[in-house]
Design a protein around this ligand. Structure first.
Ligand SMILES: *Cc1c(COP(=O)(O)O)cnc(C)c1O
Length: 474
């Protein structure tokens, strides 16, 4: 494709995207396709000769779009807000169009230095001190794997330089809670700790926050048995109910025993753009690493996960390899992001954040977050005031965990499996209808429904509409 051909097709594509985005509210929220339907609509073999762009665009519309669950839909209340602000989409396009290669500072000095700048802007915007240095990973999952490897290497005196974990005679242990995201258990496994060495610490039965005394007990017990406490993963906004582990108290315990503390704020990090929300991660300054995803609620399109550490020297010791073909005269003066994480080659992801911040402005982003918090409070009040409905966990951000408990034939509240069946039935009917989408999840062994508010296009009117839909469905 020549630049001239690109110009023509590119204009057509941008027009198509703008129309597509405008039309999202008219689409069903959940994709209505059956498993295998999208795949079967494609030819088995790749094309031998070139197609026209117009034909490709038609195929995009007829074969791909029906297979998209519309997470940008204002009636999407599932999982978490996965906002893809159009300003950041432009940044993504710019990043692709520039065709840069990030393998060293030298391979694209601007890629490295813009990433340094935007990570520092984001640091300031979330109220972190300048001891934190950041980088952009693809996801919070990768950031957590990195953090677990940093913890492992700290606790094992850089075992990577000898025979790895096989050199360590006693087990290294990681602590979290059952509320932590599944990526935490995965990171613990991938970093070589083994699942048996992941402790789920007791939680408060209502807030689902980690109980610091229980953590201290578990650490004492492991020490007494000759095991090495290596890492604590603290959830700031855990997946199910946005539970907030008490960071300050946990950090005090971590520091007492010299244990690596990783703060997973993947979803809730966006709230830290609001000064009034920062009390939720009070104590974060005493942690060793933290990660959060602008590609969730804030709305910088995937994949934009921020990862911050204080001890960059340790990070570089653990992550660097420094082969001869990548060495240059600038070494020592510049940041080599390949030594800050797992991949060598990186995209120019910083452009997405740069465009997003410049074109939307932090004022508008903050106003939207505040709108969503107010909508969640409104929704909570409606549920609490309604007969047979219950809110199951504190509403600290924009997620409300609810259940509807009707009466059985004897006038008793439905319980157990009958209640589970009822919950899955009503939420299933809403999701199938395409009118709204909500994620059912299990809390305390029973099915409940999470209403996660925060899509860019979701206004109070939409929130009212979903509440009406819920009441009509039971
Ligand atoms: C979404 C989420 C993750 C995982 O994020 P990815 O970027 O998809 O890996 C981890 N932790 C929490 C609390 C999350 O909400």
């Amino acid at each position: 494709m020549t630049p001239e051909e690109f110009r023509k097709a590119g204009h057509a594509l941008i027009d198509w995207i703008a129309d597509y985005r405008e039309d999202i509210p008219n689409q069903p929220v959940r994709a209505q396709v059956q498993p295998g339907e999208v795949r079967r609509s494609f030819p088995v073999e790749a094309p031998q000769t070139a197609d026209s762009f117009a034909k490709l665009l038609t195929d995009l519309e007829t074969r791909v779009v029906p297979g998209i669950t519309q997470v940008q839909h204002p009636m999407h209340y599932g999982w978490f807000p996965s906002n893809a602000s159009l300003s950041s989409v432009l940044g993504d396009i710019a990043s692709s169009g520039l065709g840069t290669l990030g393998i060293s500072w030298e391979s694209c000095p601007a890629l490295t230095e813009v990433e340094e700048v935007v990570c520092d802007w984001m640091r300031q915007l979330t109220g972190l001190s300048d001891q934190w240095k950041g980088t952009i990973h693809d996801t919070a999952s990768t950031a957590c794997v990195t953090a677990m490897i940093l913890a492992r290497e700290k606790a094992s005196d850089l075992s990577k330089n000898s025979t790895g974990l096989q050199a360590v005679a006693v087990p290294l242990v990681v602590y979290s809670t059952s509320q932590a995201h599944s990526s935490i258990a995965k990171a613990v496994q991938l970093a070589g700790f083994g699942q048996d060495n992941l402790r789920y610490i007791d939680e408060d039965p209502y807030t689902r926050a980690m109980l610091p005394e229980a953590l201290a007990d578990a650490i004492r017990n492991d020490l007494a048995h000759g095991r090495i406490p290596a890492a604590i993963v603290c959830s700031v906004g855990a997946t199910g109910t946005t539970a907030m582990d008490p960071v300050a108290e946990i950090a005090a315990i971590a520091n007492e025993h010299n244990i690596w503390l990783h703060v997973d704020a993947a979803m809730a990090g966006s709230a830290m753009l609001l000064p009034e929300a920062r009390h939720l991660w009070e104590g974060v300054e005493a942690a060793d690493s933290l990660a959060w995803n602008p590609h969730k609620w804030m709305g910088t399109i995937l994949d934009t996960a921020l990862f911050y550490v204080c001890d960059t020297a340790h990070l570089e010791r653990v992550m660097s390899t420094n082969p001869a073909y990548l060495q240059s005269s600038a070494d020592g003066e510049v940041t080599q992001y390949r030594d800050w994480g797992i991949p060598l080659g990186r995209r120019f992801r910083a452009l997405k954040l740069w465009f997003h911040l410049h074109l939307d402005g932090i004022d508008a982003i903050q106003a939207r977050l505040r709108r969503d918090l107010a909508n969640a409070q409104w929704f909570q009040k409606q549920v609490e005031a309604a007969q047979h409905w219950q809110v199951l966990a504190p509403v600290l951000l924009q997620t409300i965990c609810i259940v509807h408990i009707p009466q059985d034939a004897d006038g008793q509240p439905l319980t157990g499996e009958a209640l589970d069946a009822h919950t899955l039935d009503w939420v299933g009917r809403i999701n199938e209808s395409g009118q709204a989408f909500l994620s059912p999840s299990v809390l305390d062994g029973r099915w409940m429904v999470r209403v996660s508010i925060g899509v860019e296009g979701t206004t109070r009117e939409h929130v009212q509409k979903v509440w009406e839909l819920l009441q009509a469905s039971v």
